[in-house]
Ligand binder design. Structure first.
Ligand code: UPG
Length: 488
């Protein structure tokens, strides 16, 4: 089965152009499109991925495709749909192996599963394709289907890989050996960093950075009353009076001491806005480093009892600071069977903490039934965080870094390759060298929480860095260049 998704996006190029520091960029994008469009010769661009919501790819496609359309490119979006959990377990294993993690011994039956589901997906996709189309396949899940169609039809095919590692390991070798036969028919590949390109794709790959949409609900500027309204309607704070934003059909849920998930009801559950917070928002994925981040935060709090070196205001900040770990309601995610397992591990670690530490950590499951509400909650959380953490063990890029950088947040990232592409250490944020070392996380958080002036300077530089490099316009321009230079 294949779902045809309309890339719904309420913002037009004219909206961006009305903003002073974006208008020049948008004007030059329009000129670039005008000069290049003839090179595409009317060919359609059909992008395919494995989920319409949740995760970085689903986040990027609506603005990317909508802007392409507005510039005159006939762009479309298909999502493969399969209920086969063995297939998604295998593709998640491949995802981890490409990051250098997991067991490299793939089972002999894995290829059968991959080939069977790829053939089904190819058959379903074929009726949505026409001769001359340029197929853009995102990540390993639809790669096999794209390879079949490239060999069968008169189309071009590009594989866009959103993940990678900067060295070859037995794990990465196992993944690329598995994927190699499906990569062969592709005309070209796109990676986020040159270090990620496997040898079999050298010479037919291009680098395009992921990017964010500055006016999406995830990234647009929020007024203080909007932040309060969003968090109140998500049941994350309790307001004293009525709030302006319309109520959400589904609130966020917080992990309770008995292990259940429920919207906050008790006064002590509320107060996210009234104390300093360190926040990480990500998919529930082991490689996002949630568990060591929680352990680092616990180490910071535990050390507080014995430290004599602290000035009073700093001690107070460390006493009050809370950790917010937020991710999607796992029941809503189809293409990541590992997510539930990872969240269960994290919940078990949380429940093993003494009550006073549990009270300092908010584990939050975000509603996914409305993409807009989910985006607004993430936006509000990132906006009101004193520090945003992205403690990824590995990270292809990390839109959860780009998004808070745009909001002038003080970032504590890991040294994962994708995060290093964005944060210049001590300029746009700080980097933890060993994301699995709680003591280093505790020290880094301690230093950031002690220094408000530094947090502000980092935030300002981070915003400029995203403005100059990681907004959707740069991404569209790169795709235009690739489509017209390499493919057409
Ligand atoms: N998100 C939500 N709600 C949640 C959790 C996450 O909206 O509860 C969003 C988050 O705001 C972001 C996206 O989901 O927009 C996650 O994107 P990203 O941080 O980039 O991670 P992945 O989903 O793992 O995306 C893959 C790569 C990543 C890369 C991205 C785009 O792992 O490194 O940046 O693809 O290339």
């Amino acid at each position: 089965m294949v779902q045809v998704v309309e890339p719904r996006h309420a913002v037009t190029l004219a909206d961006y152009e009305s903003i002073a520091d974006l208008s020049g960029t948008v004007r030059s994008l329009r000129q670039e499109a005008e000069s290049r469009l003839a090179g595409l010769d009317g060919r359609r661009v059909v992008m395919v991925n494995s989920t319409a919501q949740g995760g970085g790819v689903a986040e990027m496609l609506p603005p990317l495709l909508s802007i392409m359309r507005e510039l005159g490119i006939d762009a479309h979006w298909l999502v493969i749909e399969t209920r086969d959990q063995d297939f998604f377990r295998l593709t998640k294993t491949l995802h981890n192996l490409i990051h250098g993690a997991g067991d490299p011994n793939l089972a002999a039956t894995d290829r059968d599963v991959y080939d069977r589901v790829s053939a089904e997906n190819a058959a379903a996709m074929e009726e949505h394709l026409r001769p001359g189309d340029v197929l853009v396949i995102h990540d390993p899940q639809p790669m096999g289907a794209g390879a079949i169609l490239r060999q069968k039809m008169d189309i071009a095919a590009i594989w866009r890989c959103h993940i990678g590692l900067d060295k070859e390991t037995p794990e990465t070798r196992a993944a690329w050996d598995f994927l190699d036969p499906y990569l062969k028919p592709y005309d070209h590949a796109v990676f986020t960093a040159p270090e990620y390109i496997p040898s079999s794709l050298a010479g037919r790959s291009t680098i395009i950075h992921p990017a964010i949409d500055p006016l999406s609900h995830k990234n647009r500027h929020l007024q203080v009353h909007e932040i309060v309204g969003i968090l109140a309607n998500a049941a994350l704070i309790k307001p004293w009076g009525p709030v302006l934003t319309p109520s959400f059909a589904e609130p966020a849920k917080r992990l309770q001491a008995d292990g259940s998930w429920a919207p906050a009801t008790e006064p002590e559950d509320f107060g996210l806005l009234f104390r300093p917070i360190v926040t990480q928002v990500s998919r529930w994925d082991r490689l996002k480093g949630f568990l060591p981040l929680m352990q680092g935060f616990v180490a910071l709090k535990r050390d507080l009892e014995t430290r004599t070196d602290l000035e009073e205001h700093h001690r107070r900040a460390l006493q009050l600071v809370r950790l917010v770990l937020a991710g999607p309601d796992p029941a809503s995610v189809d293409d990541d069977p590992e997510g539930k397992e990872v969240l269960a591990e994290l919940c078990a670690a949380y429940r093993g903490l003494p009550p006073h530490l549990q009270a300092d950590i908010a584990m939050i499951s975000l509603p996914m039934s409305s993409k807009k509400n989910n985006a607004l909650i993430v936006n509000a959380l990132q906006c009101c965080s004193d520090v945003v953490a992205q403690n990824s063990i590995q990270e292809g890029f990390g839109l959860t870094v780009t998004e808070p950088m745009w909001k002038r947040a003080a970032l504590m990232g890991s040294c994962a390759v994708g995060i290093r592409q964005q944060i210049r250490p001590d300029l746009d944020g700080v980097l933890v060298r060993h994301p699995e070392a709680p003591e280093e996380i505790a020290e880094t958080l301690d230093a950031l929480l002690a220094d408000q002036a530094k947090r502000e300077v980092l935030g300002r530089s981070a915003r400029q860095r995203v403005h100059d490099n990681f907004l959707v316009f740069t991404q569209v321009k790169s795709w235009l260049e690739l489509l017209t230079n390499t493919i057409a």
